[in-house]
Design a protein around this ligand. Structure first.
Ligand code: DGJ
Length: 700
């Protein structure tokens, strides 16, 4: 058998050492070029009080190979087979893909790991474990673990809560294990999009970074670990509950796919690999992302046909292209305490069904979208009264309610079929182009037939998405989960965008969107202009700040636009027109996040793949310690081309804190080479905090 494998794509190399019938990831990082080193040159010495031979960590870390950190696979058959020694049996490989089969014949376990290096340089890892022995094998974990080099000294992960998702946390990688576990039965508001390690001070534009994401919408853990011998790994895997995964002889467990991005130039390089890979997927949304109006913050549960028609009229006049009817349309749903599960249009509110509204929306040239929450059930619903046993939980006891609701046991085939039939009927009866698919609670203690079922429930939900998409291929789906609690590449395999957060406060959104964008390209992230005073924070923001914040995503409006002043209507209409004129660029270009000297302001943008144009936002987040802001240096342009820079949207004069704008603003534009823009930058106006401007750059 060959004793090493070398994969290479887009400036990334992966070197696997296959000697000793093991698989060790010797290198995942910068391109090593043609002269691939001999792995023996990298073998460490043997310290005192350690195993008698060097113990570089295996791709599936095991105690039987000398690893003293978290094992890559755990499980047992009662008192036997608790520690595996996996031996390489077979290798299939080409330049971009390796399939490695390992087994422990005595324990009756076979593991197949597939590493695929995509053209974007994103490394995709799939693991399968098969019980080839006799008797049941109780699988406790099967993780993807990737060693990172010693000079990766800092870790980054994200955390959050409702209406405040995706906030970064950084730490030094000290000895020990830093684990971010999510036991929410959904991805979770606090789930980290990536677990990353990097060189000291790595930033958006500088440093080496190794980042790992798990494409899974159920319980999961991400960790960074530094063992006593100095070896470091980043790892992700599904969190399995006791007794949840018992593999009968011949049965296989497939781990969720892990996605690994290496960058030699900061976090932007990580995003580039993810964004490019996602955009190359056959199912990636390809039509221009339509301007959305969502009714939630406009009317909440107060559904009234006449009001909604007026809202649709006002939306259409502004240039909205998709009108989404949010929560409140189905049987008994007058507030959030009842109705989930009864997916029939409520005749008390909609005596003629939804047709009078859908007809109106369609006649105004807009698509119609509908809110649903198929995985949930209210105890106050006809469904729960008819099938109390369809509520998921630990046997005879019910789990705690959360937003007055319980989880529907989709592992039960009858419950699954009922939901499928109801959604299929609605999608067949009405001209629905879009589902806002919500999921509003942590799914704790999930159980089916007395057995823990988080894993099965996640797969059952996935099957529901897949079956409905197959039956209604034209319908787009948004993954919403009390805002951004289900944002991962597992759900994005079957949905077309995510709702990043329930907060439409533009200041909060600056952070949430920036970090959601670490993995997701902007066209997949719903970003709405909310009312002047945010419903979630009580902060009041200028429309220009709200609109510029919403621009860098899949733009929408979530506001009662019937009541706009003339000025607001004009300004919002102009923002919508600007979004439409620039969405092709916004949704295909390279994301750039500019490292600024301090955290009181922020700048970011999108640069066309051919570097012919760009849009850049400059945002004042807080008062600056300096009287004048640092010049805006814009990296990533063509150094040798000249760019004309001009304000993209008219500047809101109230946003300007200084006596006068920089002269070039008054002149209307500036011309600078890409090199000068990167090295010197452009003078920026002093803005009041929580204000923004957007610049358009065009190569001349
Ligand atoms: C939570 C969502 O995130 C909101 O946008 C809204 O759809 C409500 N649920 C409706 O109940």
């Amino acid at each position: 058998m060959i004793d090493r494998l070398y994969l290479c794509a887009a400036g990334v190399s992966v070197l696997l050492d296959l000697r000793d019938a093991d698989v060790r990831l010797v290198h995942w990082g910068a391109d090593l070029g043609e002269q691939v080193p001999d792995a023996t040159a990298l073998e460490p010495s043997v310290p005192h009080s350690a195993s008698d031979q060097p113990a570089p960590v295996s791709l599936i870390p095991q105690a039987s190979r000398g690893w003293r950190g978290t094992p890559g696979v755990t499980g047992d058959r009662g008192s036997r087979d608790y520690s595996l020694r996996l031996v390489l049996q077979d290798v299939e490989a080409d330049e971009s893909r390796a399939v490695l089969t390992l087994s422990d014949e005595a324990a009756g376990i076979r593991v197949r790991t597939t590493l695929a290096l995509a053209p974007s340089g994103l490394l995709l890892i799939d693991n399968e474990l098969e019980n080839t022995g006799e008797g049941d094998f109780r699988l406790a974990s099967l993780d993807t673990s990737l060693p990172v080099p010693a000079h990766a000294t800092e870790a980054l992960d994200l955390t959050g809560r409702w209406a405040r998702e995706k906030h970064p946390q950084r730490r030094t990688i000290d000895q020990g294990t830093w684990v971010r576990s999510g036991r929410h039965g959904r991805t979770g508001h606090d789930s980290t999009l990536v677990i990353a390690a990097g060189t000291p001070g790595f930033s958006w534009r500088s440093g080496e970074v190794w980042a790992l994401h798990l494409g899974w919408s159920g319980d999961h853990a991400s960790r960074v670990e530094r063992a006593g011998d100095g070896q470091k790994v980043i790892a992700v895997g599904e969190l399995l509950h006791p007794g949840e995964l018992v593999l009968a002889p011949g049965e296989t467990y497939r781990s969720p796919r892990a996605f690994a991005a290496y960058s030699g130039h900061g976090l932007d390089g990580v995003s580039e690999r993810f964004h490019e890979w996602m955009r190359a997927r056959p199912g990636h949304p390809s039509s221009p992302r339509p301007v959305v109006l969502n009714t939630w913050e406009a009317v909440y549960f107060n559904h009234d046909l006449e009001v909604l028609r007026q809202l649709a009229d006002a939306a259409a006049e502004l240039g909205v292209e998709r009108f989404v009817l949010d929560d409140g349309w189905f049987l008994g749903r007058r507030d959030d305490s009842a109705g989930l599960g009864d997916w029939f249009v409520d005749p008390d509110v909609w005596p003629q069904g939804l047709t009078p509204l859908t007809d109106h929306v369609v006649s105004r040239g807009m698509q119609f979208g509908l809110w649903v929450e198929p995985e949930m059930i209210n105890e106050d619903s006809d469904l729960a009264r008819a099938h109390p046993d369809w509520i998921s939980g630990p046997g005879d006891r019910r789990s705690l309610r959360w937003r007055h609701q319980q989880v529907l046991d989709l592992v039960n085939p009858d419950a699954w079929q009922y939901i499928y039939d109801r959604l299929d009927a609605l999608l067949s009866e009405y001209p629905i182009s879009y589902l806002k698919w919500d999921q509003n609670r942590d799914q704790l203690e999930l159980g089916h037939d007395g057995r823990s079922s988080t894993h099965e429930q996640t797969l059952a939900a996935y099957r529901m998405f897949d079956a409905l998409r197959a039956a209604h291929p034209g319908v787009e789906i948004e993954s919403c989960s009390s805002g951004g609690a289900r944002v991962d590449l597992g759900i994005l395999e079957r949905t077309d965008r995510v709702w990043a957060s329930d907060t439409n406060d533009a200041l909060e959104r600056q952070t949430i969107q920036r970090w959601t964008g670490l993995v997701l390209p902007p066209e997949l992230v719903g970003t709405h202009v909310g009312p002047g005073t945010s419903h979630t924070t009580g902060r009041t923001h200028a429309l220009s700040f709200r609109a510029i914040t919403a621009l860098f995503g899949h733009f929408g409006v979530e506001w009662d636009v019937r009541a706009l002043t003339d000025g607001e209507r004009k300004e919002l209409g102009a923002a919508i027109a600007f979004y439409k004129a620039n969405r092709a660029l916004l949704h295909s270009g390279r994301a750039v996040r500019i490292d600024r000297p301090d955290e009181t302001d922020s700048a970011y943008g999108v640069i066309a793949q051919d570097v012919s144009e760009a849009l850049v936002a400059y945002v004042a987040l807080a008062t600056s310690p300096d009287e004048a802001p640092a010049r805006l240096r814009i990296p990533g342009l063509d150094p040798d081309r000249l760019y004309e820079v001009s304000p993209g949207l008219q500047i809101d004069r109230h946003a300007v804190a200084h006596r006068a704008l920089p002269a070039w603003f008054d002149a209307g534009s500036a011309a600078m080479s890409g090199r000068a823009l990167e090295v010197l930058g452009l003078a920026m106006p002093g803005l009041h905090p929580e204000q923004a401007i957007v610049l358009k750059l065009t190569a001349v």
